[in-house]
Each structure stands twice: as structure tokens, then as C-alpha cells.
Design a protein around this ligand. Structure first.
Ligand code: SAM
Length: 276
């Protein structure tokens, strides 16, 4: 019998992955968690039936959500990841020698525990001495911190369930407050194909808070139609500009050339985020 894991992109479109076996399923306090072994993408984490990460293509997402801002900030020492319980962003952040402390705040301890157990190539840096893992709602954590972080990365689930507040104006104001005066913030901001209103509204809100707001893109095969967006917001440094002395080796998608190219938007995407 063939086994398939399905992700509904919307009510008219479904992506299916043929699986070798199901490694784990459970309902945590916050979400349905499944870890399956697929033929094409290796082991895959799904939350509420939505693909979060796979062993084969995770490097694109994790390199692009981290190295762009880490290379555009001259000296990032203290970095916060909100969400990101699989540990992939933390693994990449620690490749930057300036980073002294990386704090991961995920609401769901079961995601962290299961990724440590079943996805070791992704979660492998979570026990590094520079890393602190806190199990808490990122909204509450960010609210309590002021003028503290050089970089905040919001590596969240889609804007549904516990992550809804992570896409709201109040949270972005709190993020601004939690950043140092030259701090930056990056979030995954969904595929440009998904909705015609999401990115224009989001960028409108962010531009009221941050002086610099820029969209960039990467190709991630397991995220809804491939073309995926990130938004970098900054108080001072231009996220497009790589600071001198930034050499990052061992990456498979990110490079200085990709960094620059990622900000070149196809006209239909540029139109979504242009100032009207
Ligand atoms: N790369 C992924 C994607 O875009 O599909 C995100 C992966 S990561 C596993 C997402 C994490 O965000 C989950 O572990 C989830 O528990 C966490 N999360 C959702 N809402 C949160 C909140 N309010 N505070 C902290 N973490 C949250």
C-alpha cells in the first residue's frame, strides 16, 4: 500500500509526498505534530498538516532567513529567534563568529524535543553553549525585553494558530523596542503567490515602524509553489549591503551574489510591496 502525506495549499490545491513511513504523530498543547520519512525530501516535520522543514531542502530556508541580516549587520552579538524550534536557524546563526549568544523562544517544547530526536542534522546546534532555549510564547518574551538584541529572526509557522500574533502590528512595535538602536529583524513572510493582500498590508504596517523595510526571495521547493519571501527590517543598516569582512563558508544556497540577487524582485512581486 502506498502512503502519502498531503498539504492543502488552499481548498483547490494539494501537494502530496509519498512516504516510506510515519516516524511520529501527536497532538501537543498547541498543534498536531507529525514527522514522516518521505521518498523525495527525506524526513519532514509537519505542524497542523503544513510542511515546516525537510532534510533535503531545509538549507535554503535556514541559510536565507539568517545569513542575509547577519552579513548586513557589522557586528551581531546577541541574536533572538522567535519560533524556529527545529533548530535550523540556530545552526546557521552560530556560523558567524561575532555571535556570542543565541536565544531560541518556541512556544511548543514538543517541537524542540521531537526535532532533537528525529531531525538531528537540523537541530544539531541546540545544545551549543552559546544557545539558550526557552519554551514560551514569543509575544510575551519580546514584550519584556528592551534595547537588547542586534538581530531578531521570526522563524514562525504561518499566520494561523499560535503564530497569528507574530504577524500583528503590536508585536512589530515590541520587536522594534527589543532591538538595539542599530538592530535588524527578519521574518518569513509567505509566498508571494499565496495572497494578493498579505504582503501589501504587512509592508504597510512595517513601514510605519521601521525606517528600512525590504523584501527578498528564495526558491524553496516544499513551500507553496517554490518562490518564498522574507522581509528584513532595519533601524540603520541596509539589509542589501554586505558589511566588510563577512566571509561565510560551507553554505549551499547563500552566497554574496545570492544575497544581492535575492533583493531583485520580479515586477509582480515588486508591485505587491511598492509604496503607494
Ligand atoms: N520554517 C518554518 C515554516 O515557515 O514553515 C517554521 C518552522 S518552526 C518549526 C515554527 C515554530 O514556530 C514552531 O515550532 C511553533 O511551535 C513556533 N511558534 C508558533 N507560534 C509561536 C509563538 N507565538 N511563540 C513562539 N513560537 C511559536
Amino acid at each position: 500500500m502506498e502512503l502519502w502525506a498531503r498539504e492543502f495549499q488552499n481548498k483547490n490545491l494539494v501537494l502530496s509526498y509519498r512516504i516510506k513511513r510515519t516516524l511520529h504523530t501527536e497532538r501537543s498543547k498547541y498543534q498536531d505534530i507529525a514527522i514522516v520519512d518521505t521518498y523525495e525530501y527525506g524526513r519532514m516535520l509537519m505542524l497542523d498538516s503544513i510542511v515546516q522543514t525537510t532534510e533535503v531542502d531545509e538549507f535554503v530556508y535556514h541559510e536565507m532567513i539568517t545569513h542575509v541580516a547577519l552579513s548586513a549587520h557589522p557586528n551581531p552579538k546577541k541574536v533572538l529567534v522567535v519560533g524556529g524550534g527545529d533548530g535550523g536557524s540556530i545552526r546557521e546563526i552560530l556560523k558567524h563568529p561575532s555571535v556570542e549568544q543565541a536565544i531560541l523562544v518556541d512556544i511548543d517544547e514538543r517541537v524542540v524535543e521531537l526535532c532533537k530526536q528525529y531531525l538531528p542534522t537540523i537541530s544539531c546546534a541546540l545544545d551549543d553553549p552559546r544557545v539558550t532555549v526557552r519554551i514560551e510564547d514569543g509575544l510575551e518574551y519580546v514584550k519584556r525585553h528592551h534595547n537588547e538584541f542586534d538581530l531578531i529572526i521570526v522563524d514562525s509557522t504561518d499566520p494561523i494558530g499560535p503564530a497569528v500574533g507574530l504577524f500583528a502590528q503590536e508585536f512589530y512595535r515590541d520587536l522594534y523596542g527589543a532591538l538595539k538602536e542599530d538592530g535588524m529583524f527578519v521574518a518569513q513572510t509567505e509566498p508571494p503567490w499565496a495572497s494578493k493582500t498579505f504582503l501589501p498590508e504587512l509592508h504597510g504596517v512595517l513601514r510605519e515602524i521601521f525606517p528600512i523595510v525590504k523584501l527578498y526571495l528564495a526558491n524553496i521547493p516544499t513551500y507553496q509553489s517554490g518562490l518564498y519571501s522574507f522581509t528584513a527590517c532595519s533601524k540603520k543598516y541596509d539589509p542589501e549591503v554586505i558589511q566588510p569582512g563577512k566571509e561565510i563558508t560551507g553554505t549551499k544556497y547563500y552566497s554574496p551574489e545570492i544575497h544581492k540577487a535575492a533583493f531583485v524582485l520580479p515586477p509582480f512581486v515588486a508591485d505587491l510591496v511598492k509604496v503607494k
